[in-house]
Write a protein that binds this ligand. Structure first.
Ligand code: TXA
Ligand code: MG
Length: 321
């Protein structure tokens, strides 16, 4: 079936209140009509996600912002003009009438214009907002291929549009721009520095948050089913202790030459640059999960702006269960 026919079919399904998984440049989303309460309820059921977690509304164009948000600050508009279509989500004051399933009962709404051509085509033809969380079960690793969506959610989705591997590979940067003090709620591959450069003011990036509305700020998130252990590069000798334990494990390292080979370690060489590392990470974690290892050991990544989002996801994937 051609992609055009599939998109027509996807639009039809969305209009009937069904669920369509679709590729974005970050990760695959589980889409539903953002104005259809019943369709939105299905998202929560399929993901097994708590109903208080708000959903991002995906739009075809920046102009559609006004259908969903009010009192849009100039800084938000500037960010949208600079980074959309692209991997940035803006938290704004919601327009009256935006459904509680979207906002989690809050006064705000998250908006994003994705750049993936299939997402663009779908949104353009549908003509309305599509609510889409990542197309995985709650707390699991986000899917970056159609095959991964199939494995995560399979029959619970009416249609999966296949757009190949997601380019970015990590979820969008989320920034709250409602107040005078903009805050990053979730780091992504668009960095704090890039955002500050555009709005010419400092952005707050809290290390900890008491809010349960922000993904993975406090608990296990973005996690494979196999336990993940993070090891600092200066602490690689800890591997010897792990090797002493009975089981073999798989290790993700971007400096494998620093590690003495052992028959108990299956080594996966990770890219040395952040962009390629991010692109690959979730797919590698998924493959490790299928490998029946007792543990996934990950060499922690450098601390620098372009690695911040990767660092964040690794920390959450290795949080205590
Ligand atoms: O890259 C992405 O953002 C992907 C693709 C599919 O667009 N979507 C995604 O959605 O990661 P999700 O639902 O898995 O994570 C988005 C998070 C939610 O967990 C929620 O905590 C936060 O965004 N969020 C959404 N609306 C919000 C709001 N109004 N206020 C605070 N946080 C919000
Ligand atoms: Mg998610």
């Amino acid at each position: 079936m051609t992609i055009k026919i599939q998109i027509d079919q996807a639009v039809h399904i969305l209009k009937q209140g069904g669920l369509v998984a679709f590729p974005t440049e970050t990760v695959y989303g589980l889409g539903a009509d953002a104005n259809n309460e019943h369709a939105l309820e299905k998202i929560f059921a399929v993901k097994e996600r708590p109903s208080t977690h708000p959903l991002i509304v995906h739009l075809a164009t920046l102009e559609q912002m006004a259908d969903w948000a009010v009192n849009i600050p100039p800084a938000a508009l500037k960010l949208a003009q600079t980074f959309w279509p692209g991997p940035l989500t803006l938290i704004l004051e919601k327009k009256p009438g935006v459904l509680d399933q979207i906002t989690g009962g809050q006064n705000t709404v998250g908006l994003r214009v994705p750049s993936h051509p299939i997402a663009q085509a779908l949104l353009g033809h549908f003509g309305q907002g599509i609510a889409a969380p990542s197309a995985n079960k709650f707390t699991h690793v986000s899917p970056t291929t159609a095959q991964a969506v199939q494995e995560e959610l399979g029959g619970a989705v009416d249609l999966i549009l296949d757009g190949g591997e997601c380019d970015v590979g990590l979820e969008s940067t989320i920034i709250d721009v409602i107040n005078d003090c903009p805050k990053i709620l979730r780091p992504g591959m668009i960095t704090q520095q890039q955002l500050e450069h555009v709005i010419e003011q400092p952005i707050f990036f809290p290390n900890h948050s008491s809010s349960i509305r922000v993904p993975g700020m406090h608990t296990l998130h973005y996690a494979p089913r196999t336990p993940v252990t993070l090891i600092e590069t200066h602490d690689l000798q800890r591997l010897n202790d792990l090797v002493m334990e009975a089981h073999s494990f798989v290790m993700l390292s971007y400096t494998p030459d620093l590690i003495s080979p052992s028959p108990k370690i299956d080594m996966i060489v990770m890219p040395k640059d952040a962009k390629n590392y991010a692109h690959k990470l979730y797919q590698v974690l998924r493959e490790c999960d299928q490998g029946e290892y007792s543990r996934i050991v990950v060499q922690n990544v450098p601390i620098s702006p372009e690695w911040t989002a990767i660092h964040d996801r690794l920390k959450k994937a290795s949080a205590n269960r």
